[in-house]
Design a protein. Structure first.
Length: 189
């Protein structure tokens, strides 16, 4: 059984390791190989250290830990980054190592973020997912509605993301959203 808990600054290295490994496992063939090969655990660790240094900041991070206490997944979210009030909250990232998938970690991490955002008066939420990612159905299984798309450049290649949204996140953390446990999905960084 996986334990879902709020991340602390001491989790920064483990989160960075999951972050890099998940990108490499999930996005090979979607994201340019040179970009994936250049990902650095040390750089991601610095990024997560900065983010976790302000526990009262606008974003929240949760981790999934296995029975031995090893972090095998994480999710974070906060206010919607583009400021559009239609969906107040945003699930920024949710990643689970391939070896830990199928145990409901992605669903439970998403629920933890949604619950925390609702406690902060953000009861609606969206997430951005690579259009080519076959696991985007994970968000559909949780009741996410396809909202739109946007393009951006990554590693010299144009990428397309699609967004899914929940006008009311309550079902995500109040016993609903128990669909597909496929934890391989992408949200923006």
């Amino acid at each position: 059984m996986l334990d879902i808990r709020r991340a602390s600054q001491s989790d920064a290295r483990a989160i960075a390791e999951v972050h890099v490994a998940s990108w490499r496992e999930t996005y090979r063939g979607i994201v340019p190989d040179a970009f994936l090969d250049a990902l650095s655990v040390a750089e991601r660790e610095q990024m997560w250290n900065r983010g976790l240094a302000a526990p009262d900041g606008p974003s929240v991070v949760f981790v999934a830990a296995d029975a031995a206490g090893r972090v095998v997944g994480f999710a974070n979210g906060g206010p919607r980054r583009d400021g559009d009030p239609a969906y107040a909250g945003e699930l920024y990232t949710v990643y689970v190592l391939h070896e830990a998938q199928g145990q409901g970690a992605g669903r439970r991490l998403t629920a933890a973020v949604a619950r925390e955002l609702a406690a902060r008066d953000m009861r609606s939420m969206l997430v951005w997912v690579f259009e080519q990612n076959p696991s985007r159905r994970f968000h559909e299984s949780l009741g996410g509605t396809l909202l739109g798309q946007q393009q951006f450049e990554l590693g010299g290649q144009m990428m397309t993301e699609v967004s899914y949204g929940w006008l009311d996140t309550t079902p995500l953390y109040k016993g609903g959203g128990d669909g597909d446990d496929d934890d391989r999905h992408h949200n923006g960084d």
